[in-house]
Every structure is written in C-alpha cells, then in structure tokens.
Design a protein around this ligand. Structure first.
Ligand code: MN
Length: 393
C-alpha cells in the first residue's frame, strides 16, 4: 500500500499543468476504480497489475506532456477489456469524453488478444487504432505510452513474445511516434526494439559506446568551452551539452553506409538550447549560429534550417555540421526551449491546446486528412493498408 501511494503521488507530481480540485478528484477516482478492478491481477513479472496503468499515466504526463483527461484514461486503459467494469460504468463515472477514449483504446486491444501471431489481425488492429485518430489523437498517444511501458518491461516475457512485440514496435510504433514528433519515445522504442530483435548487435554497439564515453566527454567539453563563454558574455541564457546518438541510429548508419563503428563519423551531436521570447527566437538562433561558426568551420552542405520551414511533424531547429580542431565533424543543433520541448515530447501534446504556431497544426491536420482518406479506401485489405500507411509515414 505504501509503495502504491508513493507511485500515485509521483504521478500527481509529474502533471505539468496545475491541477484544480476537480482534476485531482477525478484522477483519484480513476486510480481507485483501476486499483479495485485490477485488485487480484499480476503482471508477468509478478508485480501488482496496477503498477502498469500508473506507469502509463506517468509517461503520458511526464514524457508526452498530456493533461488530466489523458491521465485518467491511461489509468483506466485496461479496465474495460480485462475486468468486469463496463464502458457504460466508465461513462457514468467519468463522462462521455473519457468513455470515448477508453472505447478507442479497448477496440484496439480487443483484436490484439485474439491471436497476436496473426499478421492480418495485427494489421487490422493497427488500422482500427488509426481510425480513432480522427476522433481523438489522445487515443494513439496513450497507446504509444502503453507500448513504451510494455517495451521497458519486456524482459519478463517469453523470448517469442519479446521478438514479436519488438518487431511490431520497430515496424509500426516507432515510425508512428516519429510522425507524431515524439522524439524521446521514438528513440527509446527503437533502441529497445533493436535490443530484443538483435541482442548481439545491440550489445556490441552499446559496449563500444561505453568504452569511448570518457574520452568523448572530455572532447565535448573542450569543444563547447569557447562557444559557451562567448554566448554567456553576450548575455544569452543557454544550456549546451553533447547528445550521444542512439544505438539504433548508429547501427542504421553502419548498415546503410557499410562502415564499421569507428567510421561512423558524427557519433555525437552538440545541442544548444536557449531562452528566447517568441518574437526573438529566429534571430537569436542565427546569432548563436554565427558565434559557433566563428570558432568552427561549417560544412555548407549540412546546414538545415528547420526554423523557417519546420518539419511536417512540427520539429523546429537549426542544424549545422562544423569541423572541430582535430578535423572531426560535429553536428550542432540550435534551438529554443520551446522548440526543444516540441522536439522531445511532440507537437501532439500541444496540438489544439496551443495556438502560437498555426502552421504546424495545419501540417498535422493535413496528415490526418490523408490518413482518413486512406482509411476510407474500402477496397484495400488491412495488410495493404499498413504497407500504404508505412509508405506515407
Ligand atoms: Mn496496457
């Protein structure tokens, strides 16, 4: 009980928006309903089942930046499918919106359970999930949080299940997370996906990364020093740090370029994150760019201005690759705190809640319209649809 309460309090703390009294009451009610419903259930690991919905709710709040409604739905996401509680019970207790989202989540799950090895059922399942996109994008975001937690706890599944779930994650969920701009989640899904589909490859790269860690840290500090000093002198409020590339992306590069680990030249990127008000964002970023290139020579072919023209998933950042003193190429990413928040947690969390940058909204809207059109193509089989959809991603 103590441990449960600890986890519950942690969840409340991770909600970024200030919760009012009603939010708190509803979340508490959802927690109580879920706890009661899952009372005698355990996960494969032996842990009480309720740890899972709490963890999923926490991912929604902390890592995707979703609000109280999503937290409530995440707490309840397995209740209708796995216990005696019905959708109508949920509607009575939490209202139509929560019921609608839970219904979407349950429909996805309903198919999943019948036969997890049947690919056309998996495909149909995925198609159903996307159908819910047109109703409420939160269904997908909660589903991704659910998958994220299942991947983090995959260790306790059988090897066969591990492979099946990990391949599906790499094939569909990671690209979907990418499309929704959830970079942190996408990266972790990819790394875990690789770990469970190709454990040897994963372990080799991971241990090589560990070996070179210290040397790299020193190198990065030396690289950053003059830039940081100058920017602070100019009055900028910045954070600068080295960001190691993920195991998955290193493996990808080794494969596509047919080179060994040692030759994957830009194994890390430097990220400069600065404070700026909306109207100064662009000019401040370019000022920082100008300082960086005062110290290091840029490669003109590798300049990417995702600030003037953001990516379709809402990503904004200024990228350049410069040559360090030892002749090594280093990628430098320049962005504001707001841009970083969107890059890591996804625009989806801001979607429809913020109106500061209308262009991204319409980009996501456009994509949703295309997905809807695809879904309305009745003549496609579920498998054909998934192939189409992946191409579209
Ligand atoms: Mn679940």
């Amino acid at each position: 009980k103590k441990e449960l309460l600890r986890r519950y309090r942690n969840l409340l703390k991770s909600c970024r928006r200030k919760l009012d009294k009603n939010d708190k009451q509803q979340i508490r009610k959802a927690f109580d309903v879920a706890m009661e419903a899952h009372q005698n259930m355990r996960r494969k690991s032996g842990e009480p089942y309720i740890y899972h919905p709490i963890a999923v709710a926490q991912i929604c709040a902390e890592e995707i930046g979703l609000g109280p409604t999503s937290v409530i739905c995440a707490l309840l996401h397995d209740v209708v499918e796995d216990t005696d509680v019905t959708l109508e019970d949920i509607r009575g207790m939490f209202g139509d919106k929560v019921a609608q989202i839970i219904d979407g989540l349950t429909k996805i799950k309903g198919v999943e359970v019948i036969d997890p090895t049947n690919f056309s059922i998996q495909a149909e399942n995925f198609r159903k999930m996307l159908l819910t996109l047109s109703e409420d994008v939160r269904v997908i975001l909660i589903k991704l949080a659910d998958r994220m937690h299942n991947m983090r706890t995959l260790e306790s599944m059988t090897e066969h299940q591990q492979r099946k779930i990990a391949s599906e994650t790499l094939y569909l969920y990671a690209p979907l997370a990418h499309r929704l701009g959830l970079n942190a989640i996408k990266t972790e899904l990819e790394d875990l996906g690789l770990k469970f589909t190709e454990p040897e490859t994963y372990n080799t790269i991971e241990s090589k990364l560990k070996e070179t860690e210290k040397k790299k840290k020193r190198y990065i500090e030396t690289f950053i020093e003059p830039i940081y000093k100058t920017l602070v002198e100019m009055g900028f409020k910045v954070r600068i740090f080295g960001r190691p590339k993920s195991v998955f992306s290193i493996n990808n590069k080794m494969r596509t370029k047919h080179v060994p680990f040692e030759e994957v030249y830009d194994l890390f990127a430097i990220r400069i994150i600065l404070d700026a008000s909306l109207e100064h964002e662009k000019s401040f970023c370019w000022q920082v760019y100008s300082i960086v290139t005062d110290y290091y020579t840029p490669n003109p072919d590798r300049l990417r201005d995702w600030i003037s023209t953001p990516k379709a998933n809402g990503y904004e950042s200024l990228h350049t690759t410069v040559m360090a003193k030892n002749g090594q190429w280093v990628e430098v990413q320049i962005r504001t705190n707001r841009m970083d928040e969107i890059a890591e947690k996804g625009y989806a969390a801001h979607w429809k809640y913020k109106d500061s940058a209308g262009t991204h909204e319409s980009n996501l809207e456009k994509w949703l319209v295309r997905v809807r059109e695809l879904l309305e193509h009745q003549d496609l089989t579920a498998l054909e649809f998934v192939d189409d959809f992946r191409g579209n991603l």
